[in-house]
Ligand binder design. Sequence first.
Ligand code: FE2
Length: 382
Amino acid sequence: MPDVSVDPSGQFLTLTLPNGSHRFHAIWLRDNAQDPETRSTGNGQKRITLGAIPSDIVIDDANITDDGKLTIRFLPEAKNVSFDPVWLSQNSYDRQGTNTRGWLNPDVQLWDAKSMPAAPCADYTELKCGSAELGKWLGDIVRYGFAKIENSPAEPGALFGIVDLFGHVRETNYGRHFEVRTEINPTNLAFTGLGLQAHTDNPYRDPVPTVQVLHCLESSAAGGENMVVDGFAAALRLKDENPEWFDLLADYCARFEYSGEKGVVLTSRRPMIELAPDGELIAVRFNNRSCAAITDVPFEKMADYYAAYRRLGEIIDDEAMEVTFRLEPGEAFVVNNSRVLHARKAYSGHGTRWLQGCYADMDGVRSTYHAIQRTFSNEAAE
Ligand code: FE2
């Protein structure tokens, strides 16, 4: 049975549950009240602003009722609100803050060549039919930042069917999708037979597209394997080797630009290693081809910044970091473009290699993944 005690100040209470004690402030509890006056029963959205809650709010009384709920009386509103202790336990914030720069969301699992012997993969037909299989595959993208798909139609436009599994296409100046194949007069290095250094796409966009889908239609040329690198693992390896270099790439913005076609000048000013204000590692941007002049690093630090940039590139190029696979016609991969870098090995130019690519966003991946998870946990609870 839960237990509750209110601090004499009325500013907070302590809820004791089997998993420990959790303190909650009066203002936090009132703001998170689940009653229909505070929060819509339909869509769950909040119906009041913070300004509607008195700034001198205190807890007058709190107790555990017979149905196991925590019931609180707030003053000066004289308002009673009930909470599910399980919900409070799941949303507890009473823990030590972390000062670690580069900490990871618990959903994220780092990988390298050794720990990831093969790319996570699922069958397109099964993904279309079963939400359990789709949930597992989306979970792989959330966890590892990429996953393959096989047995999709080897037809132009089939990549849109893959995006339909989890979200919406992000249209750009390249169109709803782009073609990747050999061209005699390339305007972009991706259209030649040269190998490419692992990179994230479009760092010059703001916001950057956070998902890329590449779908293979033809692949008779030798070579041209696809390769991915965990940018979070690379950034944290740099931090292990030299924390000051990690800080330089996180604390100062690089600049990126693309102006390769008429009427387009895309620019952005963002760090190569992006941390949330509390230090969580949230994004990596690395693209040698679209790096513009970096002008936001102080003169005294620029030489070290370049040493850090060079070392991050060396780590990314290290074969111990990469997972390689070959896309056959009807196969595709989906990559979290704010975390995982992708590249293509050189290919011979004899025969053909034709892929179609498009962009989408990770919020769709996470939304569909969490919706499937919630459905399964609700069914399990029924
Ligand atoms: Fe790319």
